[in-house]
Ligand binder design. Structure first.
Ligand SMILES: [Zn+2]
Length: 150
């Protein structure tokens, strides 16, 4: 369990008053505030959002606190790169795109009346196997099997 950003943010604010679970009012650090105009909300996923009733933007509040927007999110949500599932999906899509390109090249070769080389043929076969392995890993049944059942 990562640290809750709200536990870092609330001590930075003045005149903090809790309204209810996940909801506080405090003096806005981004303007000369005397009436606790800043509403702080902790969302269910741990993210913190600010709303200043005097009209300051969220970026102004974050900057006045000396924070960055990433500090408003729990560590688990603060990823910038793709997740493992997204990486796998991208790899699979790249393999499919490559296979489509190879297929078009082979079709053009045949259409031009030329012979498909052994190397080209091997590459097409390898890509077909790669796509099949990706489908297996994703638990997707081959198209022919699905047709047979339907
Ligand atoms: Zn303000």
């Amino acid at each position: 369990m990562s640290a809750r950003p709200v536990n870092i943010i609330l001590p930075l604010l003045d005149k903090v008053a809790q309204l209810r679970d996940g909801s506080w009012m405090a003096l806005c650090p981004a303007h000369d505030d005397r009436n606790a105009s800043l509403h702080v909300t902790e969302l269910a996923d741990g993210r913190v959002i600010f709303h200043c009733y005097a009209g300051c933007g969220g970026a102004d509040v974050v900057e006045a606190l000396g924070l960055r927007f990433g500090d408003l999110k729990p560590d688990g949500l603060d990823h910038t790169g793709p997740t493992p599932v997204e990486r796998d999906a991208r790899k699979s899509l790249q393999a499919v795109a490559h296979a489509a390109l190879v297929t078009v090249t082979l079709l053009n070769t045949v259409a031009a009346g030329k012979v498909v080389s052994e190397k080209q043929s091997d590459l097409a076969g390898r890509l077909a196997v790669e796509i099949q392995q990706a489908l297996d890993a994703a638990g997707v049944k081959p198209v022919s099997e699905r047709r047979a059942r339907g």
